[in-house]
Each structure stands twice: as C-alpha cells, then as structure tokens.
Design a protein around this ligand. Structure first.
Ligand SMILES: [Fe+2]
Length: 286
C-alpha cells in the first residue's frame, strides 16, 4: 500500500515537473504565426491588405533576450506586411522607472528593424503607461513608427485608401474619442487599434469604428481544457484569442507574445498574427 502511494506521488511529481519545464522553457518560445482573413465590404482592391499584429511583447529591457527579439523581427518581416500594428505592452512587467530609458532605447532599435510597405503603428498598453510611455513613444517615432494614441492616419495601398485609428489603453490612458476619429471618413475602410478590447465600448458612440485589433489578455496564457484561463489579465468573455463580436462589431484579439507576471504559457503559444483584409465576411484562413 505504501509502495503504491509512493509510486502515485512520484508519477504526479514527474507530471508536474514535465509540465513546468514545458510551460516555462518550451512553449513561451514556440512562436506561432496565426493566418486569419477578414472580409471587409469597403475593401475594394483585388489585392489583400496584409497586416501583421504584434502585442504584449513584454520584452524590454531585453535582459539578454536579444535573440528572441530578433526571431520576432525576422518572422514579422518574412510575412511581407503592408502595415505592422503594435498593440501595446512592450515593457516587461514590474520594471523600475530607472529601466524605462533603457527599455525605450531597445524598443526603438526593435522597431527600426521592422520592415513593411506602409509603416509601423503603435498604441500604448497599460504597462507602458505605468513605466514611461513617453520614452517608448518617442523612441518608436524616432525609429520611424507612428504613435496613434487618440489620432489616426490615412494611408493608400493597392490603390485603396484605408484609415488606421488608435487610442491609448482604456484604464490608465485617457481616450479622446472625438479627437481620435476627427479626421476619419466612415465611407472608407477603418482599422481600429487598441490594447484592450474594452475600448470598443467607449468608442462605438461615435459610429462605425471598423475592425478592432487588440491584445492584452494573452489569450489566457495558461489554458486547461476545462478552464478558459488561468493567469491572464482581462475579464471579457470574448477576449481569449481569435475573432469575436461585440454586438455587431467585429474584433480580433491576439494571444500576444510575452508573459504576464511569469513567462509561462501552456496550450497558448505566443502569436504573431497575419491578418489579411479582403472583401466579404471573415473566416479562418487556415
Ligand atoms: Fe500584456
């Protein structure tokens, strides 16, 4: 009886050990490209708009993790994006304020390596706002990115105009809906970039806000079949990865790349999203 008990304990301990090794050291570096398609009736071009989305890097300062950053850059550039959207939370969780300038410098270098036809667009995440968003935004803009908190840009690609609108993270930042959408033409395609999907509730009062792209929830980060999430931030029932709807409004939530508090992932690998915009209703591109 005692030998059986020892055997059971040993087996459970082994399973926990294997799971811990996998969760801490294997899956957090299992970078997956999610290829999804969204049919947007206002998109008239016969060519697809290729958008690469990166969120929740939680990478800066890098602390010796430069190879991981380079892998993210190389994978992003290999997808030949028309535009690159960065949906916030670039810094590591819990960095001290003295690390902010270093984090910003490394973030700027990271952004400068990203290649796309029409630019890199960024918004703030809650951790960026906590640890020095101004440093990060300045560094990214010096590297050629466009900071979109409460503003928009009109770009033309594949003979089609498209607008990209951004707002800051909605709990620590101040969303100015009127300002963000002041130059937006509702007859043209709109991509709405925000860190947290909850920003949609604050912005829908202004009318059509287009397709929302966001992160923040880390997709649940640790997923177990009978549990929707274990340790990720975010409370929304729609917020665990992939397409969802808020009323009639479409939203894409990426699982993001980094970790919340712990760099631990289980059945929820880091995601780089290749979002192809075409004309019609969305489906998984496979
Ligand atoms: Fe995050």
């Amino acid at each position: 009886m005692r030998r059986a008990l020892v055997l059971v304990v040993a087996i459970v301990a082994l399973i926990v050990l294997v799971a811990a090794v996998y969760g801490f050291f294997v899956e957090p570096r299992r970078l997956v490209v999610e290829r999804v398609r969204y049919d947007m009736p206002m998109w008239r071009s016969p060519e697809n708009l290729r958008i690469v989305v990166l969120s929740d890097l939680h990478l800066f300062p890098m602390n010796g993790d430069a190879r991981w950053g380079d892998r993210i850059v190389q994978t992003t550039n290999s997808l030949e994006p028309d535009i690159i959207l960065l949906a916030g939370d670039y810094v590591r969780v819990g960095i001290d304020s003295f690390s902010s300038p270093q984090a910003a410098g490394e973030f700027g270098t990271f952004v400068s390596k990203l290649k796309s036809r029409c630019g890199v667009f960024i918004v703030s995440g809650n951790h960026d706002l906590t640890y020095g968003w101004r440093y990060l935004a300045d560094a990214a803009e010096s590297a050629g990115a466009v900071s979109l908190d409460n503003t928009s840009r009109l770009i033309r690609i594949h003979d089609q105009d498209v607008q990209i609108v951004g707002v800051p993270e909605c709990e620590l930042g101040e969303i100015d809906v009127a300002r963000a959408f002041s130059n937006v033409d509702r007859t043209l395609p709109i991509i709405f970039l925000t860190h947290r999907g909850e920003a949609v509730y604050k912005c829908l009062c202004t009318g059509n806000i287009g397709l929302t792209v966001c992160g923040h929830t880390h997709g649940g980060q640790v997923r177990i079949p009978w549990s929707r999430r274990i340790m990720a931030p975010g409370i929304a029932s729609w917020g665990y990865g992939g397409f969802a709807s808020i009323g009639k409004h479409d939203i894409y939530v990426t699982r993001g790349i980094g970790g919340h508090r712990l760099d631990l992932r289980m059945f929820c690998p880091p995601e780089i999203t290749l979002l192809e915009v075409t004309g019609g209703k969305y489906d998984e591109a496979g």
